[in-house]
Design a protein. Structure first.
Length: 118
């Protein structure tokens, strides 16, 4: 089992940048595929991106492609979501998740709020 804690959210102006972090507990962090999701008020949860166990392979949603990068540091049990050129539409609670595959997430963090002002 792994526990996940997101951080790095906040209020940022449109065009700004943020780096979200997700710290995982447990000895087997590197055995999990990690993902980022977001949920805006009144909307369904949306996939943002995923990263393989080694960090070699990433997949980014079209909605943030070209503006976002996912990376991980298994020595620190942490996965990151770097976002640039933020837009008001990026406002949401961002969640990280851990799982055995890119479409099979068993563990979720509590989320971190990102608010982008226009």
């Amino acid at each position: 089992q792994v526990q996940l804690v997101e951080s790095g959210g906040g209020l940022v102006q449109a065009g700004g940048s943020l780096r979200l972090s997700c710290a995982g507990s447990g000895r087997f962090f590197s055995s999990y595929v990690m993902g980022w999701f977001r949920q805006a008020p009144g909307k369904e949860r949306e996939f943002v991106g995923t990263i393989s166990r080694t960090g070699v392979t990433t997949r980014i949603a079209d909605s943030v492609k070209g503006r976002s990068t996912i990376s991980r540091d298994n020595a620190k049990n942490t996965v990151y979501l770097q976002m640039h050129s933020l837009k008001p539409d990026d406002t949401a609670v961002y969640y990280c998740a851990a799982g055995i595959g890119p479409d099979n997430y068993a563990y979720w963090g509590q989320g971190t709020q990102v608010t982008v002002s226009s």
